[in-house]
Design a binder for this molecule. Structure first.
Ligand SMILES: [Fe+2]
Length: 457
């Protein structure tokens, strides 16, 4: 039987990792590197001396890293507060990091867009051992003015985007198991190795902060409305609306910052951190004919609305990727537009992650692509005949949401057609008569998506 060391040796070889390099620096070495970094003035954003001293004092005292302290901003993370206990990482966790980074490097160099690779060049993360967050935070701040905030799990969207509004990026501290490619929960391999290079792309850093500022606007409007409302039911509706608008803003983030592709004529390349942190999904998103790929221009309201009205699941590779026509067009996604588009989305029927919508600029029709009416047909016919294939959770919840909307607002499809500039088929005859009485009797789930768990990973 193989000893643990033989097993590690085999795994390291498989990924081209030198086992001897998996050797975390000592406390003294980390402090020395941090001191040198903090003193570096030859960087875009030098660290003020008082902040540098405070940071060094905290690191020298052995206090684990919790949240960056190099700007005048901070965020209260409440029950999600975490800390990086650097010396507690095991050899296996460091090896897992080294193997993942080795694989990511191979796929990034083949599939990442030029801007992302430039970010990686400017800001190499290093593959041998898990980064010390004190040093990493200082280096990120010097290049981008973003900082790290450690969290203990997926945090609510509201808090996630509050962090963004102050240029904090929430990061977990745990490392995935050895040789695990895709995971639903973000880990350091996603948060650090996937996202950090994207902060160095000014247009992406701006897009991320714009989502934070959009969150502030949404919740300011909510708080203003709450201040003049005393009716408990009305107050509940106001709170729900704030969360709902943030959910639609979050979809724009998901399809750009997390899972964005970009056209680098004639090729498609990746910049989304969710894609690039998974070598398997990186290949899948670009080379496979299984997912759908749709070209979008985010400066067009129609296309931005397409992102905000598209629902998705997080527990498997995406069914549809949106390819940004040109990278610089991401600049057009301002906080004002995010809020305006989210409000429009709240009034319209939505699409599932499999839907092809008339007017889409489709580059690749994926194997699971369906027409916009498929979700209603599957919901209805599966209830009559369980041999008829049921829609996935995304199709089902989108169908229920839309049918409830049509029941209240019969012109919703006409409004959708006008905003999309294309003819989107109405719900098939008979479906509404079938759905409404059943929904009144509580046959369908009330909450089609738990808003407080919507994770912008
Ligand atoms: Fe992410």
């Amino acid at each position: 039987m193989d000893s643990p060391n033989d097993r590690y040796q085999q795994i390291a070889q498989r990924h081209g990792v030198d086992l001897a390099s998996v050797s975390p620096p000592s406390f003294a070495d980390r402090i020395e590197a941090l001191e040198k970094c903090l003193a570096d003035k030859n960087v875009p954003f030098p660290i003020p001396q008082d902040k540098a001293q405070e940071c060094l004092r905290a690191a020298c005292s052995g206090q684990p890293f919790r949240i960056g302290m190099l700007s005048d901003q901070t965020v209260d993370l409440g029950v999600y507060t975490n800390a990086q206990h650097y010396d507690a990482y095991t050899f296996e966790e460091n090896l897992s990091w080294a193997c993942l980074i080795a694989e990511q490097q191979k796929s990034k160099h083949r599939y990442a867009c030029g801007e992302y690779l430039h970010g990686e060049e400017l800001f190499s993360i290093g593959g041998a051992v898990i980064p010390d967050f004190y040093l990493l935070n200082a280096r990120i701040f010097q290049q981008t003015q973003w900082q790290l905030a450690t969290v203990n799990q997926i945090i609510p969207a509201e808090l996630f985007f509050t962090c963004h509004s102050r240029r904090f990026f929430p990061v977990t501290t745990f490392m995935r198991a050895l040789e695990q490619d895709y995971l639903q929960e973000p880990d350091i391999g996603h948060d650090v190795a996937g996202h950090v290079s994207t902060f160095t792309i000014p247009v992406v850093a701006q897009l991320m902060q714009s989502h934070g500022l959009a969150r502030n606007r949404i919740y300011q409007e909510r708080d203003d409305a709450l201040a003049v409302s005393t009716d408990p039911q009305e107050r509940q509706a106001i709170e729900r609306r704030g969360d709902e608008l943030l959910l639609y803003a979050e979809r724009i983030y998901w399809f750009t910052v997390e899972f964005g592709l970009v056209l680098e004529d004639p090729s498609i390349r990746a910049y989304g951190a969710g894609i690039l942190s998974s070598p398997g999904e990186t290949r899948f998103s670009i080379d496979s004919n299984r997912p759908t790929r749709i070209l979008v221009d985010p400066s067009s309201d129609r296309d931005l609305l397409r992102l905000a009205t598209t629902d998705y699941l997080i527990n498997e590779f995406q069914k549809t990727y949106f390819v940004i026509r040109q990278f610089h067009l991401l600049e057009s996604i301002t906080p004002e537009r995010i809020v305006r588009i989210a409000k429009l989305a709240s009034k319209l029927p939505h699409f599932s992650w499999r839907d092809l919508v008339p007017g889409d600029h489709v580059l690749q029709v994926g194997e699971s692509a369906v027409s916009t009416n498929e979700k209603y047909l599957r919901l209805a016919f599966h209830s009559f005949d369980t041999h008829c294939e049921q829609g996935d959770e995304c199709l089902t919840r989108t169908a229920i949401r839309n049918l409830r909307l049509f029941a209240k607002k019969s012109n919703a499809n006409a409004e959708l057609c006008e905003l999309f500039g294309s003819q989107i088929p109405p719900v098939p005859a008979g479906i509404m008569d079938w759905f409404v009485p059943r929904d009144d009797q509580g046959e369908f789930p009330q909450a089609t998506r738990p808003l407080d768990l919507a994770p912008p990973v």
